[in-house]
Design a binder for this molecule. Structure first.
Ligand code: SAH
Length: 343
């Protein structure tokens, strides 16, 4: 088979138009993943620190127009407590994610980042807090932030417009991603699989966009319906297509950190295990206080909202092992080059 990254648009199209599980593709992706990363699966402790959001993304359960969400935000002290717990569990990356909550000023985020980095100098801090000015991104970076996750959601202007209100634009999203890269962050982009109105051509655009951006991290997961959004009647994305895309991404970006996402674990009980076997090499267990977990509801039936962080850790350890991989607790940066002993 021709290298996937060399496939033409029409070849990619035939690979993505079939919505069936492809065992052969999984085997190829797993081989490439093992060449670069062996059986390592990196863990990132996810702290969902606020569900306030100024945006109104049509697919998202915490959009500002959903008035039925009980909103919460964690204090700096509460966030630091999550990190303390996570550190004890072996996590060496903390991902701080939230809606676009304007009550945290740049100074507040910098202070949180700085304090985490001071307390845990062997850890990486990843931010996932949406679109900000270049100056703000620079300030967080100077305060010690290492990585930034900002899914592009879709790389096609027409499709972007169908998923977002007129106040948001693909252009601005892309500007953010390139600013983040230039500043020196390890950057993550990505998209939902099966989001409303998505076509195979949109997916091909997404892959080409990623080839252009060359992100360190690529997050994808199935679109999942939330009843209190304008897309309440739209169906969930497909598990099989998400797995196919994970394999295609692994083959196109051998070096990338690709999570088996919570959305994947939500759409099928063993979704994350299947994601790992298809080429994913990261899992992101929840570290948020159990009291708020259910409130960060981007979509319905989200898993792991009732368990304490330590339980999540144990459960994941088993799942990863059962899938044939091994959790490693180091900082887990992307391996842009294949290690010599694996060449
Ligand atoms: N405010 C931050 C974090 C967003 S939540 C930001 O803008 O980057 C993280 C991701 O969850 C989103 O980027 C989106 O791709 C995904 N998401 C949101 N709603 C979803 C849904 N209904 N189904 C599946 N994934 C969803």
């Amino acid at each position: 088979m021709k290298e996937v990254r060399e496939l033409s648009d029409s070849e990619l199209k035939s690979l993505l138009e079939t919505d069936e599980f492809d065992a052969e593709l999984c085997v190829l992706a797993d081989k490439v993943r093992r060449e670069t990363y062996g059986d390592a699966v990196y863990v990132r402790g996810l702290i969902e620190f606020s569900n306030y959001c100024k945006n109104d993304c049509l697919y998202c359960g915490i959009r500002c127009h959903n008035l039925n969400v009980q909103r919460y935000r964690l204090t700096k002290e509460e966030i630091l407590t999550c990190c303390e717990e996570g550190y004890a569990l072996g996590y060496r990356t903390f991902v701080l994610q939230s809606g676009e909550d304007l009550s945290y000023k740049a100074r507040d985020i910098c202070e949180i980042v700085y304090e985490i980095k001071t307390a845990y100098s062997d850890c990486a801090v990843t931010l996932s807090i949406g679109e900000k000015s270049r100056q703000e991104y620079q300030d967080y970076f100077d305060a010690g932030a290492d990585r930034y996750l900002l899914r592009h959601e879709t790389a096609s202007t027409d499709h972007y417009g169908m998923l977002h209100p007129a106040s948001m634009s693909l252009e601005s999203r892309i500007r953010c991603l390139f600013d983040l890269k230039e500043i020196g962050y390890q950057v993550g982009a990505g998209f939902m699989v099966g989001s409303p109105y998505q076509t195979t051509d949109h997916l091909i655009h997404d892959l080409r966009f990623l080839q252009n951006l060359q992100p360190d991290m690529i997050g994808i997961g199935p679109y999942l319906t939330h009843n209190e959004t304008p897309f309440a009647d739209k169906p969930n994305g497909s598990l099989a297509l998400t797995l196919r895309l994970i394999s295609v991404l692994r083959l196109m970006f051998p070096y990338a950190l690709i999570p088996a996402t919570t959305a994947l674990g939500t759409i099928a009980p063993n979704g994350r295990e299947q994601g790992l076997k298809a080429g994913a090499n990261v899992v992101m267990p929840n570290l948020s206080p159990v009291s708020v977990r259910k409130l960060y509801s981007l979509y319905e039936n989200k898993i792991c909202t009732g368990e304490e962080s330590a339980q999540c850790r144990g459960c994941l350890e088993q799942r990863v092992r059962a899938a044939g991989y091994r959790i490693v607790t180091d900082i887990g940066n992307a391996r842009r080059q294949v290690p010599e002993d694996r060449r």
